[in-house]
Design a protein around this ligand. Sequence first.
Ligand code: UDP
Length: 498
Amino acid sequence: MAVKGEQQPPLHILFFPFLAPGHLIPIADMAALFAARGIRCTILTTTVNAAIIRSTVDHANDASHGTGCPAINISVVPFPDIGGLPPGVENGMALKSDVDRERFFEAAQPFERFLVDNCPDAVVSDSFWHWSADAAAEHGVPRLAFLGTSMLARSCTESMLRNNPLEAAPDDLDALVLLPGLPHRVQLRRSQMMIDPAKRPDHWALFQSINAADQRSFGEVFNSFHALEPDYVEHYQRALGRRAWLVGPVALASKDMAGRGTDALSPDANSCLRWLDTKPAGSVVYVSFGTLTSSSPAEMRELARGLALSGVDFVWVIGAATPAPDSSEWMPGGFAELMARGDRGFIIRGWAPQLLILDHPAVGGFLTHCGWNSTLEAVSAGVPMVTWPRYADQLHNEQLAVEVLRVGVSVTGGKDYASSGVVMGEAIAESIVRLMGNSDEGDAIREKARELCMKARCAVENGGSSYNDVGSLMDELMARRTAYRNAVKVGEGIRPTG
Ligand code: UDP
């Protein structure tokens, strides 16, 4: 039993991220957020991936220096030998084939060894490491699952896995499939469904394993906040009976605005920010498709045409996911001359300082693939979106942004261009102008984006919903630790399960 006045050591939480920037970045931000609340945080990852989050962790540690909060530690481990991958290929961005991508899910790092040696009070494990649920339970460590997507998208996957609506759906790839039991009417084209059990039983089994592992965990943490998707918080917690803490937007905890998520910031970053300084407020559209989504030369050509036709100034990130094709392969006539003018557009090659760009007053729209981090970063900066999702949860994140929150305009209008065809430049230009131009629709969207930005910032402030969710999670973990230690002291020797 704890003696009155006895100083409790801080909680120790192990973070175990999936090896892709879209998973590592929010995990590092979450660790910063938890550390600022006095939790000792360790992130277990491999050498290449540690480099991706090093700057964020260093900035968080510098900011907390002298506050009495514990520093975040990165425990660097070798990448496991899963065979066939060249040295240094340790991250989703570097994977070239579906076979390699699938084997990656089994890339078991020495997770159990860490649990045995360090006995953390909890582990925040990426949901993709579904096998970590049994390992954590085996060692009596509560597991908090983190998938890094919206509650809406997570609920859609749950509905899919529970109801398998594809079974009764027409075989036509263009057929609309309804996901039952959700707070809103959510449907996708058959071709857009992330998991089709008839076509990919192995995928179906993997996602069933992930969902089951999350369900038998202590609970789940979400990079989201209550006021953003209240119907889905209600659905997840009450209708599905799943324990969830919403602790985001975690990017608002980042002290690393420029180099977050990379060890190789684009050399264009500074001049881009200076270029934005010359532009009027809200006049520039920022274009980025995240870290994994590539564009074909045909898509790039239409995007360039769309940006030119829109008449709106732009910053366009051509990242590592898009192999740098020769400009003759994609550049439409007149685009080189437009770029040479210097005042219409700025292209960043490589890694962009996305948080700084979204926070820049000149940026008034974000043409995005709707990765959840980007979507939430747009919301947190009050920047409305032109949405162009390609696959997986991006499609549901678009539905949240456009249909539920009404802070975006869709480029595709729900059509599946990822499977066939190319979105034409005219459609891209029209969506940008709808969002950024002077119209009642644009004004309403901008007003909604401003409101949500305020709500996002309030959520993480002292007394806000996310601040309180972190507090209640800490209280539960602390109570659990005390109960466990007391039980051990009185000789019951019970082992709590994960
Ligand atoms: N990001 C960035 N600069 C870039 C590309 C991406 O800072 O040039 C960050 C972005 O801010 C976000 C993350 O990388 O935090 C991408 O995550 P998201 O979920 O949006 O997309 P993914 O890459 O996982 O598809």
